[in-house]
Design a protein around this ligand. Sequence first.
Ligand code: GLP
Length: 260
Amino acid sequence: MQIIKVKNYEEMSVIASSMLVEHVQQNESPVIGLATGSTPEGLYRSLIAEYRKGAVSFQGVTTFNLDEYVGLNKDDATSYQFYMNQKLFDHIDIPEEQIHLPNGVSEELQQDCTDYESNIQKAGGIDIQVLGIGLNGHIGFNEPGTSFLSRTHAVELTASTREANSRYFSSLAEVPTQAISMGIATIMESKKILLLVSGEEKAEALYQAINSPLSEEFPATILQLHPEVTIIADELALSKVLESYDESESAFEIKELQMK
Ligand code: GLP
């Protein structure tokens, strides 16, 4: 596990973007796992800027998103498909058929989850999975208590996650109660994981993710077992980790990256 400490949200976004751009430039058919929420918005803005500069093309890229709400179709402004179109896909040259999100309005939900898994396999697996972290340690929409062996599945959202995400909806009552999420085992099969964390609000979650014993009650602790995790976190998000960090005793390394 490697931690890259950056000053703020902007630096986190630009560094994450340069890592993805480099991967896309160096590979013919890269497979990228994408996330939603506030955390990756700056990353997506930076990817669009790189595309507009002509630095990168997404023609060969295949994407798999982590999750989607159940009951929202893709034209619904609060669906993750809509978010992804608006924040990234509509502004780059990725072919539509190479974009994958779980289908929130499927009538064959179980079959769709199985197909989602096999589509990831057919694409050769995910090279880099971008992750954010929920306040309760969720990754994707894998809430506390989800099995570490889980595959793409339907989940019941917790009250705290619905509350945290209600800012995107006109009222809490409108936040769906269920979602479809890539499973934890699916996420762990990604060759590389890029976890982005910004802001003081996430300091406790980040601390727990890397210091607490592995527990399905705090899903992000599983990342301690992944051989290729890079965490890009800003100073505020790292505030709690740094309070007790001892380089000689820690299982992870913190590297400071200054932008030019
Ligand atoms: C949401 C998403 C997650 C995301 C997390 C954090 O519920 N399903 O994929 O990582 O919560 O969101 P944010 O980045 O807005 O804090």
